[in-house]
Design a protein around this ligand. Structure first.
Ligand code: GLP
Length: 259
């Protein structure tokens, strides 16, 4: 099962996950990070900037989960721009080693296949950061996504477009399509780290961690993976039936076990 870590706030979550990223990078220079966008992973990136200070990150590689289709890559809300601004620049990564699916590709039908190939050539993702949508999506795998899905074009739900409208002038500007790593692609990463903060994510987290494994709640795919860490604040943990057990387990975690 997933290890569930309930932390006091998002700063503590960021520090916990950033420490693991720094440990990986110190151990192997060419570590492959799976990067997520949205507001959730921002505390991880902020803490990683501190945790990686003085560490050689010139060989670190990164693959983002997803991108809008039909949005100018230079648009400040394209995930290419977000990853450059929030991750590559502050952490001092080599931009040539950090990849985002190409939502502007003239060959969008095959862009997903090429992206999966690039991940495979890099040796696969070592640590995949994940947020979760209020409808339970991970990456942009909306409800109904196959657990075997690969990187491909998807249509966003109205709910996701409404949630993401805050980054645009209006909902009409939020693209309808995206290109996202599939659930099958995500499940190949060696370690999944799912983060969620706030009451609005409580149902999605309860469904992902404790609900039935169902394509109707794509985040529940994490239950199929042997190494998952779910890092949540009290509000996002508030509907977890086994919260006390998770707290007790983490409090008595053997010191030889890493994150
Ligand atoms: C976005 C992203 C997801 C992200 C989710 C939650 O649509 N495609 O990768 O996890 O929605 O966003 P936030 O972290 O801002 O709540």
């Amino acid at each position: 099962m997933a290890e569930v870590v309930i932390v006091s706030d998002r700063v503590a979550a960021g520090e916990l996950v950033a420490a693991e990223i720094a440990r990986l990078v110190r151990g192997r220079a060419d570590v492959v990070l799976g990067l997520a966008t949205g507001s959730t992973p921002l505390p991880v990136y902020a803490a990683a900037k501190r945790a990686l200070a003085g560490v050689d990150v010139s060989h670190v590689r990164g693959f983002a989960l997803d991108e809008y289709v039909g949005l100018d890559p230079q648009h400040p809300q394209s995930y290419r721009s977000v990853i450059a601004r929030e991750v590559v620049e502050p952490l001092g990564l080599d931009p040539a080693r950090v990849h985002v699916p190409d939502g502007a590709s003239a060959r969008i039908e095959t862009a997903g296949e090429e992206y999966d190939r690039a991940i495979a050539i890099a040796g696969g993702v070592d640590l995949q950061l994940l947020g979760i949508g209020t409808d339970g999506h991970i990456g942009f795998n909306e409800p109904g996504s196959s657990f075997a899905s690969r990187t491909r074009v998807k249509t966003l739900t109205r709910q996701t477009r409404e949630d993401n409208a805050r980054f645009f002038a209006s909902i009409d500007e939020v693209p309808r399509h995206c290109i996202t790593q599939g659930l099958g692609t995500i499940l190949e990463a060696r370690h999944l780290v799912l983060l969620a903060f706030g009451e609005a994510k409580a149902d999605a987290i309860a469904g992902a961690v404790e609900g039935p494994v169902t394509a109707s709640l794509p985040g529940s795919a994490i239950q199929l993976h042997p190494h998952v860490t779910v890092v949540v604040d009290e509000a996002a943990a508030s509907r977890l039936r086994w919260a006390e057990y998770y707290r007790e387990t983490y409090a008595h975690k053997p010191s030889w076990q890493g994150l």
